[in-house]
Ligand binder design. Structure first.
Ligand code: PDD
Length: 276
């Protein structure tokens, strides 16, 4: 498999991560996951923009422009003959003797690789089960940081409960999933947490908000509380690998009738048309 390593293409076997890479030791870096449908990168531009923003927010100076990076990713997809799957992209602050503050002269280390993966058709059709869990993450969830321990622990809890995702809440207000944004429908209106510091500003979330507008579905970017969630007519989650997945159960209780709702289905159809 060919990997993008800084600005070069290298075989995976020829790459080594240094023991003092700050991504490895501190989670000091940021990442993106970009979907590939039929060999085409989906929403490449907003992903590159968010990558650059995350890097800037943690003071990593990228030694390339988003355009250059975009070209390299396109080449990577071609080199690996990827049809359906994802591109994983990350940049760490680089390697330096272990010490918390930014090192004086480290160089960012960028890697990108492709993963072949089908669309999550079963989840899209049948929906997913979730559990509610307290959001114990930091207060800059808008940065797509490599520090994913909060998400890892949350997702593990879901798996142990026989579920596919968590719905996190902070002091009773619903934030997002472990790797998804959360939406609920009540009386025909779509609710989702505002794009502030408590959630990742999901690219799928943004696409869904635009599609909802086009379909004339009223949208309110307002945090719902846990009680609203349990009384919702429909709940769904969105994400690069999840697309628009209906939530059919939370903590073992069915969402409404326990089957995907009509507005969720409408948005799924619109999303399907959008990805082409
Ligand atoms: N996760 N919220 C969180 C915390 C996420 O990690 C993600 C994406 C999303 C959805 O964002 P988007 O629609 O831009 O993919 C929301 C990726 C897929 C991951 O970590 O694998």
């Amino acid at each position: 498999m060919t990997i993008l390593y800084n600005d070069r293409f290298v075989d995976r076997e020829n790459i080594q991560v240094d023991i003092e890479d700050r991504g490895y030791q501190f989670g000091d870096g940021i990442y993106e996951v970009i979907r590939v449908y039929g060999g085409n990168l989906f929403c490449l531009e907003p992903h590159l923009k968010r990558f650059a923003r995350s890097a800037k927010e943690i003071g990593i100076d990228l030694p390339y422009t988003p355009e250059r990076l975009g070209e390299r990713i396109l080449e990577l997809v071609k080199k690996n003959n990827l049809t359906d799957g994802t591109v994983y992209l990350q940049v760490s602050r680089g390697s330096a003797p272990r010490s918390h503050p930014f090192p004086a002269n480290s160089h960012p280390v960028t890697i990108g690789y492709t993963v072949s993966a089908p669309r999550p058709l079963e989840a899209l059709q049948k929906g997913i089960k979730t559990i509610l869990t307290e959001d114990i993450r930091w207060l800059r969830c808008d940065i797509k940081s490599l520090n994913l321990l909060g998400a890892v622990l949350a997702k593990q809890k879901a798996v142990e409960a026989g579920c596919q995702e968590v719905i996190q809440h902070r002091d009773g207000m619903v934030t997002e999933g472990s790797a998804t944004n959360v939406f609920l429908v009540k009386d025909g209106t779509l609710f989702t947490h505002p794009a502030d510091n408590l959630i990742l500003h999901g690219i799928t979330r943004q696409v869904v908000l635009e599609l909802a507008n086009e379909l004339g579905i009223p949208v309110r970017e307002e945090a719902a509380d846990v009680d609203d969630l349990f009384h919702a007519d429909e709940v769904f989650v969105t994400g690069t690998t999840t697309e628009v997945s209906p939530v059919v159960a939370i903590d073992g209780k069915p969402v409404a009738k326990g089957v995907p709702g009509t507005i969720t289905r409408k948005l799924q159809q619109a999303f399907e048309a959008y990805i082409g």
